[in-house]
Design a protein around this ligand. Structure first.
Ligand SMILES: Cc1cc2nc3c(=O)[nH]c(=O)nc-3n(C[C@H](O)[C@H](O)[C@H](O)COP(=O)(O)O)c2cc1C
Length: 209
């Protein structure tokens, strides 16, 4: 598909058919994700595709249990509609035939090597530079979503589930130095995909001459 068409058609898909996503399709999505720009040219990412229903169910339970803990039912400040909307948006992955777990390992840039001899830690430097590690992962996930669209699939970026990052990492078997950044739920959309209206370019663009 033409690049601009892919970009215009991409939208978050949150409802899927049960049709499995073939492994070679998942691999192609990840190949395109891995073409993204990355801090210092260091490709810190890894992608684990999960299609095992039992595991996805366990992951769903872990997320639900975490939200039950952080949004307790006896807290009157949290309305039922807020609770159910948070839980709904955090559990999209459970309804997808494939979930791609996006992992990253820490990077070391040239500046780290210099500044680590001073009082700056890696995380100080990372913060000062506006989290290039997370920005890198955002670029890769953006590519992944566009690749899914181009290949005729729907996808949804998922960070709501990350509240249970520790439990999910254990279930998925993520080992240091890698950490879990996000999920991308993937599958065939179960209804017609209607891209969201976005702000007009006039509203988001300016030039300083
Ligand atoms: C960093 C990030 C995290 C997101 N996490 C979730 C999530 O946990 N659950 C969800 O349903 N959508 C999630 N989304 C999707 C956004 O809600 C969606 O991109 C936004 O509403 C714009 O809609 P569009 O993707 O259709 O253009 C996330 C998007 C981004 C960029």
């Amino acid at each position: 598909m033409e690049f601009s068409k892919v970009v215009e058609q991409r939208t978050s898909v949150r409802s899927f058919t049960s049709e499995p996503v073939p492994e070679d399709i998942l691999r192609e999505m990840v190949r395109i994700a891995g073409m993204a720009p990355c801090i210092g040219g260091i490709e810190v990412w890894k992608f684990v595709a999960i299609t095992n229903r039992d595991l996805i169910e366990k992951m769903a339970h872990a997320v639900k249990a975490k939200y039950d803990e952080i949004l307790p039912k006896n807290d009157e400040r949290i309305t039922e509609s807020v609770r159910s909307s948070v839980e709904m948006f955090s559990s999209i992955f459970t309804k997808a035939p494939a979930v791609i777990a996006v992992l990253a390992e820490p990077y070391t840039a040239i500046i780290d090597k210099v500044l680590s001899q001073t009082s700056h830690s890696h995380s100080d430097i990372n913060k000062l530079r506006n989290y290039p590690d997370i920005q890198t992962m955002g670029a890769a996930i953006g590519n992944l979503l566009l690749a899914a669209t181009d290949l005729g699939y729907g996808a949804c970026w998922q960070t709501g589930a990350m509240v249970a990052k520790e439990e999910l990492s254990k279930l998925i078997g993520i080992k240091e130095p890698f950490s879990l950044i996000a999920f991308v739920a993937v599958g065939k959309p179960d209804s017609e995909v209607m891209p969201r209206m976005k702000k007009p370019v006039e509203e988001i663009f300016s030039v300083i001459q």
